[in-house]
Design a protein around this ligand. Structure first.
Ligand SMILES: NC(=O)c1ccc[n+]([C@@H]2O[C@H](COP(=O)([O-])OP(=O)(O)OC[C@H]3O[C@@H](n4cnc5c(N)ncnc54)[C@H](OP(=O)(O)O)[C@@H]3O)[C@@H](O)[C@H]2O)c1
Length: 186
């Protein structure tokens, strides 16, 4: 079974978005997102990023599709013509994972990242396909209209990996910290 990781930045009340965009501007955190979701061991492969329709269109036009990664957009209303040619449209998260498990993609995709929004995260957290949650905890409250779901009890914090900056980070006076949680196998 092909597994995936989630990656998200949350503020104090677990807010993640406001009016279709990120509520904060943290360049280093965005670079971390980019670096982490691009990271591969086999240079012949790339990673896939799976996201909901609003998250895809919330990325500035000049920055989407997210470079060097296979972008998969979940939507029941879009048609393939609404998306750039190299972006895959899937009707459900299961369908997206089944597509990636097919021989043609399996050979070229190394890791799968779930990158939001709310409903996609919620479904992804509950699935046995979920391996880790890469969580940036911003220590400030921002006005948000979109929130990260409750983290299920079977997630446990693990020591952060070598690629993740350790300890308190700060940018524009905003403090945040990187955490990694792993789903405990039953
Ligand atoms: N802080 C962070 O790390 C972070 C990460 C990601 C996003 N965000 C923010 O979150 C906001 C967007 O998130 P959102 O929750 O509002 O929207 P979203 O999940 O990105 O998009 C919602 C839409 O995606 C489609 N969709 C979602 N789950 C699906 C599924 N399982 N199967 C089929 N289609 C599915 C549906 O499209 P149809 O209606 O077309 O069916 C749904 O209306 C933005 O503000 C963005 O900036 C923040």
């Amino acid at each position: 079974m092909l597994k995936y990781n989630l990656i998200v930045a949350v503020c104090e009340d677990f807010g993640i978005g406001f009016k279709g965009e990120l509520p904060w501007q943290l360049k280093s955190e965005l670079k971390y997102f980019s670096r982490t979701t691009k990271l591969i061991r086999n240079p012949a492969k790339r990673n896939a990023v799976i996201m909901g329709r609003k998250t895809f269109f919330g990325v500035p036009a000049s920055k989407r599709p997210l470079a060097e990664r296979l972008n998969i957009v979940l939507s029941t209303t879009l048609s393939a013509e609404d998306l750039p040619k190299d972006v895959l449209l899937c009707r459900s998260l299961d369908k997206a994972m089944q597509t990636l498990e097919a021989a043609e993609w399996r050979k070229t995709i190394e890791n799968v990242w779930i990158v939001g929004g709310s409903r996609v995260y919620e479904e992804a957290l509950a699935s046995p396909r979920c391996h880790r949650l890469y969580l940036t905890k911003i220590q400030e409250r921002f006005k948000c209209d979109t929130f990260f779901p409750n983290i299920p009890e079977d997630f446990c914090e693990i020591p952060i990996d070598d690629e993740t900056p350790k300890g308190k980070q700060e940018e524009n006076g905003i403090k945040y910290e990187y955490k990694i949680l792993e789903k405990i196998l039953k």
